[in-house]
Ligand binder design. Structure first.
Ligand SMILES: O=C[C@H](O)COP(=O)(O)O
Length: 283
């Protein structure tokens, strides 16, 4: 029998590769999410999906959940490529409508995304909060729309530089978290993903230090324990985003409360993105 090509679903993976990263012991599977933002047409999208999938080995994709977030216009091409070639990659949307259907020009609804096989949807990204004036209440409505349609929201929070300089970043982010999770039930929270993205680090090349990322992700987990239960909080994945690259991913991802990354620019370059995925430690 011909062995399956690299990056395809190949059943149970083998053990940890010799010399690979050590398990963190958290039980939380590392998640690397590639947010393509408003980049790549559908042909470029197909090419990138193929490069990523064929560069990653089945055991690497088993160890690190790897999910792509193409623009809506590319979604069908990405889905066809992943499903048609049985690639072990997930895909999701960068946003969704708070409404499920109807007269909402330009919106894309949760039922459409679910029908296309999306599993995750990003809500509350700082670029949407800025460009489209999305408030915490809007983000909460979008998270509700995600759950209503069987999608898992990746809820983004993060502070601007002036807030960090003022030293109120923790309070700021926890208040954003409270508002953005309004209405989320404990049952729903079991699957939610939070992404801490300091706005000053997004697309700037200025990554937060691993310790700063850890401190905020730990504070987020602490607040999740209050909002839900300590047991639920212990199972929730909290990602860091903001100039994650191959050179800094391993240090970030080995921090105890950092469960992976939301990657923008570096997710557009196959070799860089796959190196980031490889940096992910086992749970
Ligand atoms: O969604 C991704 C984040 O905004 C990070 O983007 P970046 O990796 O280009 O800094």
């Amino acid at each position: 029998m011909t062995p399956p090509p690299l990056g395809r679903s190949a059943g149970k993976p083998g053990g940890r590769p010799a010399g690979g990263p050590k398990p963190k012991g958290t039980g939380r599977r590392t998640l690397v999410a590639g947010n393509w933002k408003m980049n790549l047409n559908h042909l470029e999208a197909i090419a990138l999906v193929q490069k990523v999938a064929y560069d990653l080995k089945p055991d690497e994709l088993e160890r690190v959940e790897t999910v792509l977030f193409p623009p809506f216009i590319d979604m069908r091409s990405v889905q066809t490529t992943i499903d048609g070639d049985k690639l072990a990659l997930g895909y999701g949307a960068q946003d969704l409508s708070p409404f499920d259907s109807g007269a909402h020009t330009g919106d894309v609804g949760g039922p459409m995304l679910a029908r296309l096989g999306c599993t995750y949807v990003i809500v509350g990204h700082s670029e949407r909060r800025t460009d489209h004036h999305e408030t915490d209440a809007v983000v909460a409505a979008k998270a509700a729309a995600a759950y209503r349609n069987g999608l898992t929201p990746i809820v983004c929070i993060g502070e601007h530089e002036d807030v960090r300089v003022a030293g109120t970043h923790v309070e700021h982010c926890l208040a954003q978290l409270d508002g953005s999770l309004a209405g989320v039930t404990p049952k729903q929270a079991e699957t939610i993903v939070i992404a801490y993205e300091p706005v000053w680090a997004i697309g700037t090349g200025r990554t937060a230090s691993a310790q700063d990322a850890q401190d905020m992700c730990a504070a987020v987990r602490g607040r999740l324990a209050t909002l839900f239960t300590p047991e639920i909080a212990a199972g929730i994945r909290v990602l860091y985003g903001g100039s994650v690259k191959a050179a800094n991913a391993a240090e970030l991802f080995t921090m105890p409360d950092v469960d992976g990354g939301l990657v923008g620019g570096a997710s557009l370059v196959a070799e860089e993105f796959t190196a980031i995925v490889r940096s992910g430690p086992p749970a």
